[in-house]
Design a protein around this ligand. Structure first.
Ligand code: 5AD
Ligand code: SF4
Length: 457
């Protein structure tokens, strides 16, 4: 709400004055998906507004923020390890420690934090991020721990300051929350119900980005193709409107849900020249039985039909996907079904996950959980298949001319630049300063599994 944000701006100003001439620094440790990264850009925006400047070095920071994810279990161990390390810093220089994001919407995690890590200053949730200035103000004034978590469906706050991590590619969140309740997934419980930003706000943000020189936009949401702009305005309308914005050259989006991938979205991808022709289509499992238990609302056949339909309508389309192995009751046969779909679709990229039990989700209570060693063994077999497909797919690039958006210098060799093809493959090539931030034509000369090598045409 506008009045709430105005209030936060006033507090940011007060803190800025308090911090004057102190040369205070902040750092943010972001876990999880691009939505979290986009949130962290807003947290950075607020902190800079309050007079903090960014540092990579946690030991230099006066303010440390952890933006957490809880989709899989290993994130918890990582987070607690990192926070443990903060104790000494806190004692030495009084660093303010804030922990926010998805994991903080889980009661058992907050309890553990309060009990075992009492030196943490601020705990905030997914629905209260915009109140960080107020929380910081309270800490500066009282030094008493602030806990700011609410359990609601959430509102949308426009107009927060933002400090973007890139000057070429930008993420724009178009909707928050999720209504799907896939049985393995914690997201609907920690991010609340689906709510879409207003069309006008989204288009305004992207037009501003185009003016600032941004070339590539990624539209973000847990389920982007159920975007609802009101009065029948759907995700396909948004794609077409963004496609018309001068200056933007590439449009990507994550993640859509196969069940909502209707013809209007397929037609928009086909007809909008700027929309990337690599589509992320999360499969999760190739077994209809497992898909049903996951509450995915499509069968193996429906998924494959959708892929076929899209291949017919969109020449040169490529797919990437997410797959979970070792979901409860997944048999060897079910797993082979997944491998079969992977072979058939021939994904360009597969994000592979080992099923992780999440407290509070229906799948956590299912019987016949799969033993860890079986999960790992299946994961390795899937990985082998995916890697063999990638190396065959990479061969197809050799000798072709690719349009590549140049992102920066190679980390390992000063004379080389890196960029990405439309299909999101990293390409490394010998180039100069003048190629930076532009789309160049490259002839692909060799492949190296995770990147291609190119030469300027
Ligand atoms: N265990 C493993 N993977 C999960 N994902 C979501 N929840 C879980 C879980 N409990 C994966 C899904 C989703 C991606 C973002 O994370 O594949 O698409
Ligand atoms: Fe989780 Fe399913 Fe929603 Fe994706 S669509 S966020 S996997 S519940």
């Amino acid at each position: 709400m506008k009045s709430d944000i105005n209030e936060q701006y006033k507090i940011m100003e007060k803190i800025r004055n308090m911090n004057l001439n102190k040369n205070l620094k902040y750092t943010i440790y972001t876990m999880g998906c691009q939505l979290n990264e986009n949130d962290s850009e807003k947290i950075s925006g607020m902190l800079e507004q309050m007079g903090y400047t960014f540092t990579e070095e946690i030991s230099d920071a006066d303010f440390v923020c952890f933006n957490t994810c809880c989709v899989r279990e290993n994130a918890e161990d990582k987070l607690f390890g990192k926070i443990g390390e903060m104790k000494r810093l806190k004692e030495e220089k009084g660093t303010i420690i804030a922990i926010g994001g998805c994991m903080m919407q889980e009661k058992h995690i907050v309890e553990k934090l309060k009990k075992s890590y009492p030196f943490v200053d601020i705990i905030f949730g997914t629905h209260t991020m915009q109140k960080l200035p107020e929380d910081i103000y309270n800490i500066l004034k009282t030094r008493k721990r602030v806990e700011d978590i609410i359990d609601i469906d959430g509102e949308i706050y426009e107009g927060l300051p933002i400090k973007r991590s890139d000057n070429l590619k930008a993420s724009v969140t178009i909707m928050y929350g999720c209504n799907n309740f896939c049985t393995y997934c914690i997201v609907p419980y920690v991010r609340g119900r689906e709510r879409s930003r207003k069309v006008r706000d989204i288009l305004l943000e992207i037009k501003e980005l185009a003016k600032e020189g941004y070339k590539e936009i990624t539209l973000l949401g847990q389920n982007v193709n159920s975007y609802d702009g009101g009065d029948g305005y759907k995700f396909s309308n948004l794609l077409r409107d963004v496609n018309r914005i001068d200056g933007i050259e590439k449009i990507r989006f994550i993640s859509p849900h196969p069940k909502d991938f209707k013809d209007d979205v397929i037609d928009a991808i086909a007809e909008c020249e700027k929309v990337s022709k690599i589509v992320h289509l999360p499969l999760q499992s190739g077994s209809t039985k497992v898909l049903k238990m996951m509450n995915r609302k499509y069968t193996r056949e429906e998924y494959l039909e959708l892929v076929e339909k899209m291949k017919k309508k969109i020449p040169n389309i490529l797919f990437s996907t997410d797959i979970i192995v070792g979901f409860p009751e997944e048999t060897e046969e079910d797993f082979l079904d997944t491998l079969e779909v992977v072979k058939k679709v021939n994904f360009e990229q597969v994000f592979m996950f080992i099923y992780s039990r999440r407290v509070g989700t229906p799948a956590d209570k299912m019987e016949n959980q799969i033993p860890e060693e079986v999960k790992h063994e299946r994961f390795n077999r899937l990985k082998e298949l995916v890697e063999s497909q990638i190396s065959v797919n990479n061969q197809k690039y050799i000798g072709t001319i690719q349009e590549v958006l140049v992102e920066g210098k190679s980390k390992t060799n000063e004379n080389f630049l890196t960029g990405r093809t439309d299909s999101n493959k990293v390409v490394v090539f010998e180039g100069s300063e003048e190629n930076m931030n532009k789309v160049v034509k490259l002839k692909i000369v060799s492949e190296h599994m995770w990147y291609l090598k190119g030469e300027l045409e």
